[in-house]
Design a protein around this ligand. Structure first.
Ligand code: SOE
Length: 389
């Protein structure tokens, strides 16, 4: 019997618009889903770019006004791939219209805006999720399984980096297509909301909530020409951010992100050290999980490099044959598959808006600490997450 369709309206045709469209295309081919995702409509302001995007990915129709997209009766879910400062308005309007909402990360510009979004989405009772895609890289999901099985024992340290080098040139303008990440009005913050948010989301998922942080940020290039105004304007985003903190389970946090690490394009790494074992993962080698188990016999004890491609490892039985790896794009495909399965089962798909708000609170605490030079306590979005030390 033919499956019922899940009609998707994607807002935004940039980098994320492409990763999501690709994911909707592939999800039903690789995963047995209760609903079939259909690229019903693409939405964006520039008609020529929109048409090129829609034709390329096979969307059935286009809209140049997201309000019209939301008003359409034939759309079940709104997927938001626009700059951060438009997430709240679109997400809340979509929820109020009864649509399911999938929102690119970070959820919002800051915690208070995120709180509004959570209030509206929960009142509307619509399925929702935020695209923190790295959770769904099979090696990272495997790390979660290993940690949850208790193999690491008591956790002492959680260390994460997200390093890039694409904004070193002082000639690079801020604002406008592709460069909105440098404009505080559009992005909310710099590396904290763009890159550390990924690290924080994964950390909370793997190791539980953060309780307090102390941070420093730096803006290396103080002024840049603004693409939209044509004027040289003050740069208000953080180019680099380093923070330390405590997790509720007693372990210590050490996080660093920068867009000034010459030679690194998107080097997201994480390492967790427990009493009995340690885990290490690296986005540039994303199909491997490094694992050290102290209980191994002494003469063969050492770091193992697990090639996460076998059928009994997360998501992998749905792909090729053992030994053949998948990559970055598939983490988005997994999110589509998990979202649709959750919708079919009437369950939430993590991270929900409320869970993503927890990351927003940590980002707020990090930025507040960098400003004040003091330790700042993190707010929590759920009682369960607040945990106990
Ligand atoms: C920034 O360069 C960026 O594209 C982020 O916005 C993404 O979230 C990250 O996954 C890769 O880097």
């Amino acid at each position: 019997m033919a499956k019922k369709n899940l009609n998707i309206g994607v807002v935004g045709y940039g980098f994320m618009g492409r990763t999501h469209a690709n994911a909707y295309h592939n999800a039903a081919n690789f995963f047995d889903l209760p609903l079939k995702p259909v690229l019903k409509a693409a939405c964006g302001r520039d008609e020529a770019k929109l048409k090129a995007y829609a034709d390329n990915w096979g969307f059935e129709s286009t809209e140049t006004d997201w309000k019209k997209l939301i008003a359409r009766k034939d759309i079940d879910a709104i997927d938001i791939c626009t700059p951060n400062n438009s997430h709240a308005e679109i997400a809340m309007a979509a929820a109020r219209a009864g649509k399911m909402v999938l929102c690119e990360k970070p959820l919002s510009l800051d915690g208070p805006e995120g709180e509004e979004m959570v209030k509206v989405i929960e009142a509307a009772k619509v399925p929702n999720t935020v695209w923190y895609n790295y959770r769904r890289v099979p090696a990272v999901t495997l790390a979660k399984q290993i940690i949850d099985s208790g193999k690491l024992g008591k956790i002492f340290h959680y260390r994460a980096n997200f390093l890039q080098d694409w904004t070193i040139s002082a000639d690079l303008p801020q604002g406008g297509a592709g460069l909105w990440r440098l404009d505080a009005k559009a992005a909310g913050s710099g590396v904290t909301g763009d890159l550390l948010a990924h690290c924080i989301d994964t950390a909370i998922w793997l190791n539980g909530p953060l309780t307090d942080v102390t941070a420093m940020t730096e803006t290396f290039i103080k002024e840049r020409k603004h693409t939209l105004s044509g004027k040289v304007e003050k740069v208000k985003i953080d180019d680099a951010c380093t923070f330390m903190g405590h997790f509720a389970n007693g372990s210590l946090a050490l996080f660093e992100s920068t867009r000034y690490a010459r030679g690194h394009k998107a080097l997201y790494t994480l390492e967790i050290n427990g009493e009995n074992a340690s885990i290490r993962w690296d986005l540039h080698d994303l199909h491997r999980l490094q694992y050290f188990d102290y209980s191994d016999e002494g003469i063969v004890r050492g770091w193992r490099s697990i090639h996460v491609t076998d059928g009994d490892q997360p998501y992998m039985k749905n792909w090729w044959v053992p030994g053949l790896q998948i990559g970055y794009a598939e983490s988005f495909t997994h999110q589509v598959a998990d979202f649709i399965r959750a919708v079919g089962a009437g369950k939430p798909c993590s991270p929900t808006f409320r869970e993503a708000l927890e990351t927003q609170y940590v980002c707020d605490a990090v930025l507040a600490s960098a400003k004040s030079g003091k330790w700042v306590k993190c707010k929590h979005s759920t009682k369960a997450k607040a945990g106990k030390k």
